[in-house]
Design a binder for this molecule. Structure first.
Ligand code: AMP
Length: 240
C-alpha cells in the first residue's frame, strides 16, 4: 500500500466477520479515518431522528436501508474526509452493486474535480464460515456509550469476554445486545451479504483495484498482524 497516495479501504465481509474491530485497530494505530454506515444509522435510531424512526424496524429485521439514503450519506462524508485524511476506511459500504457503482462514479468525479487526488482503492475481503459468525453474533454485546462502542462476547472462551461482567472495561458503561443480533435477523443478514458479495466485487474487477483476501477465523491479534503484512505496513509501523 502506497501511503503517499489517497487510499480508500473497503472492508467487505459478512456481519460478524470483524470489519469494525480491524478498522478500529488501524484507525488507532495510524490515525486514519473510518466510516461505519451501521454505527451512523444506529445513532439516528438512538437519537430518534426522522431517519432513525424510519429505519428502526428495517435494521432490527436485518434488511438493508435504501441505496439512495446510504449513497447520499457516504458521498457527503467522503467528500469532506478525503480532503483531510490520506487514508479512509469504509466499514459496511458498499453493500449492494448499486452502491458499488455509485462509489465508482463518486471517485471518478472526485478525481476530475480535484486533480491532486491520487486515489487507490483497496478491498479487504474478510473470509470466515457462516457458522463461526452466527455464534459470534449470538454472543456479541456492545458498549452502549456511543463514543466507545467497544465490542465484547458473552462466550467465556472468547478473547472478548469482558473482565467485569456486563460492564465495558474501557469506559465502565453498560454492555447491551444489538437489536439485530437475533437468530432470524442474523440469518437474513448473511443471506443478503452472500447475495451481493460477488456482484460488488464484479463492479471493481475490471478497474485498478487491489483485492486482498484475509482469513479472519483466527485470534484478533493474528488477524491484525496478517492484515498489516498483506497491506505491506508491518515494517512501516515503527516509522509512523
Ligand atoms: P452493520 O453495523 O454494518 O452490521 O450494519 C447494521 C445494519 O445497518 C445493516 O444490517 C443494515 O440494515 C444497515 N446498513 C448498514 N450499512 C448499510 C449499507 N451500506 N446499505 C444498506 N443498509 C446498511
Amino acid at each position: 500500500m502506497d501511503l503517499n497516495k489517497n487510499n480508500i479501504i473497503i472492508f467487505l465481509g459478512s456481519p460478524g466477520s470483524g470489519k469494525g474491530t480491524l478498522s478500529k485497530l488501524l484507525v488507532n494505530k495510524f490515525r486514519w479515518s473510518q466510516f461505519s454506515t451501521g454505527d451512523l444509522l444506529r445513532e439516528h435510531i438512538t437519537n430518534k431522528t426522522d431517519l432513525g424512526k424510519k429505519i428502526d424496524f428495517i435494521i432490527k429485521s436485518g434488511k438493508l436501508i435504501s441505496d439512495t439514503i446510504i449513497i447520499e450519506i457516504v458521498k457527503n462524508w467522503l467528500l469532506k474526509e478525503l480532503k483531510n485524511k490520506s487514508v479512509v476506511i469504509l466499514d459496511g459500504f458498499p453493500r449492494t452493486e448499486n452502491q458499488a457503482l455509485a462509489l465508482n462514479n463518486m471517485l471518478n468525479s472526485f478525481c476530475l474535480n480535484e486533480p491532486k487526488l491520487n486515489l487507490d482503492l483497496i478491498i479487504i475481503k474478510l473470509e470466515v464460515d457462516d457458522k463461526v459468525v452466527i455464534s459470534r453474533l449470538l454472543n456479541r454485546v456492545i458498549c452502549e456509550n456511543v463514543q466507545c462502542k467497544a465490542i465484547y462476547s458473552l462466550n467465556k472462551e472468547s478473547e472478548l469476554f469482558p473482565v467485569k461482567e456486563g460492564i465495558c472495561s474501557l469506559c465502565s458503561a453498560r454492555l447491551i445486545k444489538r437489536s439485530d443480533d437475533e437468530l432470524n435477523s442474523i440469518v437474513d443478514r448473511l443471506k443478503i451479504y452472500h447475495q451481493y458479495e460477488h456482484k460488488i466485487i464484479d463492479v471493481f474487477k475490471n478497474s485498478d483495484v487491489e483485492i486482498i483476501n484475509l482469513n479472519v477465523d483466527k485470534s484478533i491479534k493474528i488477524r491484525y498482524e496478517d492484515l498489516l503484512t498483506k497491506l505491506d505496513l508491518k515494517d512501516k509501523c515503527k516509522h509512523l
